[in-house]
Design a protein around this ligand. Structure first.
Ligand SMILES: Nc1ncnc2c1ncn2[C@@H]1O[C@H](COP(=O)(O)OP(=O)(O)OP(=O)(O)O)[C@@H](O)[C@H]1O
Length: 446
């Protein structure tokens, strides 16, 4: 009886990313694969050259059609990966800076491969309704003070028709991001308590800036709020519920009469992109990186559509990126994976909120606000440290041990672990998070 030869792969790990040690028997620089015929290699680009970050057998059986180690698309041009199917093939990577630059441009656009003509025609066929909002005459707005400085825009507090508003001002060079964000706000049925109310948009007569006018959120961003306030249990639950209801609504595919709201993936969900109103409810904002999914009946599948993609390899905030996006294994043709990425970020936001809830800490003293992974990886995380910690080591923000003893502790713990699971398919849907939070309301009103 003959047994198939086990694959041998070059092996090199660091103590920080030693998860792959379990993928097979290690004998010095060689590993005999237990579960797969595929070798993997991760390389960091240092001074323009690939340097080994990790070499090993793959953890599970996956497709690896290449015989040699060819550089695959990555998050940006600083980390590359290959998967291949011959003995020790992962020890040498085929890589050129030019090919990498070209591929990186596409790596975080919606299509994993450069779009074909067919894709374009399908996108046109599947374009969907928008609600035409009357343009706002920018001259009617009185800008009062700056309340936020983002990557793309400056946010002002202002006055419009006697009401306090927020005005997001994009310089002309970010017109594409402005258009993408406006397109999401202008979708039908976008008015919802969990989403900041869009009042209109306009352009300065001299054409040097584009404006989005929004309801003003008195308490600023969730990040700002948590830095400055602790909460009690019921208040934290209100923040979490409104937040999950907002993302659940954004993800929903709604048909009301003849009007259709397609699902939207946020793709840059972070505590800076959630606002807090005076009544303690959250509202989602900042849809500049979002993707609208359109169902193409001709194709029988969901099609992603994004105005803002070309030329933007890096979408979203690094710290909140799910492991599959950090690692680059996500198939961006599968639009649902974008929603699953939002759920991972939602878990980090729930964790941030609960870590500031005094009722969940002894002596009612909650620790000062920390961003996810801030205590483990510092205030300025790098891609390499996150890939290692979140993907290779499969670690998440730590859940306080004593929560196990609290009446709601096990539910909180399960909810977080079910939302930040390394397997995107295992994560809860946003509606399921809303339902679980609802059950917490009845079980633990302290
Ligand atoms: N409607 C609003 N009411 C009050 N403050 C707001 C409002 N909209 C935005 N802000 C403030 O401005 C900040 C930046 O807003 P926003 O995230 O929309 O801008 P951006 O340029 O897209 O930022 P990013 O760097 O996340 O891409 C928010 O974190 C918040 O503090």
């Amino acid at each position: 009886q003959s047994f198939p030869q086990k694959r041998q792969c070059a092996f090199q790990v660091t103590p920080q990313n030693n998860k792959y040690t379990t993928a097979g028997i290690v004998n010095g620089p060689v590993q005999l694969c237990e579960n797969t015929q595929c070798c993997v290699g991760y390389f960091l680009i240092i001074d323009g050259q690939p340097e080994v970050d990790l070499l090993a057998c793959d953890m599970a059986e996956k497709s690896c059609p290449d015989a040699t180690c060819k550089a695959q698309t990555r998050y940006n041009s600083r980390l590359i990966k290959c998967v291949c199917n011959t003995d020790l093939c992962n020890s040498n990577i085929t890589w050129t800076p030019e090919s990498q630059e070209l591929r990186a441009t596409y790596s975080y656009s919606v299509e994993e491969n450069p779009p074909s003509l067919d894709d374009y025609s399908v996108s046109r066929l599947c374009s969907c309704q928008t609600t035409k909002t009357s343009e706002i005459d920018i001259a009617d707005i009185e800008l009062q003070q700056i309340v936020g400085l983002g990557h793309f825009a400056t946010v002002w507090q202002g006055k419009y028709q006697g009401s306090m508003v927020a005005v997001k001002v994009f310089p002309a060079r970010w017109k594409q991001i402005f258009t993408a964000e406006k397109e999401v706000y202008e979708l039908p049925l976008m008015k919802h308590a969990g989403i900041v109310n869009f009042l209109g948009s306009g352009r300065k007569p001299d054409g040097d800036s584009w404006h989005i006018v929004l309801q003003f959120a008195e308490c600023g961003s969730l990040h700002y709020y948590l830095c400055n306030h602790t909460t009690n249990w019921m208040f934290s639950l209100k923040l979490c519920q409104s937040l999950s209801q907002g993302i659940s609504y954004l993800h929903s595919d709604l048909h009301r009469h003849d009007v259709h709201k397609p699902p939207v993936a946020h793709r840059d969900f972070s505590s800076s992109n959630v606002l807090v109103r005076a009544d303690g409810t959250c509202a989602l904002c900042d849809f500049g990186c979002s993707t609208i999914l359109r169902f193409c009946s001709g194709q029988g599948r969901w099609q992603s559509h994004a105005t803002n993609m070309e030329g933007h390899a890096q979408l979203g905030t690094l710290r909140y990126m799910p492991p599959e996006i950090l690692e680059g294994s996500v198939n961006l043709r599968n639009s649902w994976c974008l929603m699953q990425g939002d759920i991972y970020a939602l878990a980090l936001l729930l964790w941030e909120i609960w870590m500031r809830c005094s009722d969940l800490f002894e002596g009612d003293i909650a620790p000062q606000h920390l961003l996810p992974y801030e205590s483990e990886l510092g205030a300025n995380v790098t891609l390499e440290s996150l890939v290692n910690y979140v993907f290779h080591m499969d670690k998440r923000p730590s859940i306080p041990k004593h929560w196990e003893l609290l009446p709601q502790g096990s539910v909180l713990q399960e909810l977080l672990t079910d939302c930040w699971d390394c397997d995107p398919d295992a994560r809860l849907t946003a509606q399921c998070v809303v339902d679980r939070l609802m059950s917490l309301q009845s079980c633990c009103s302290t």
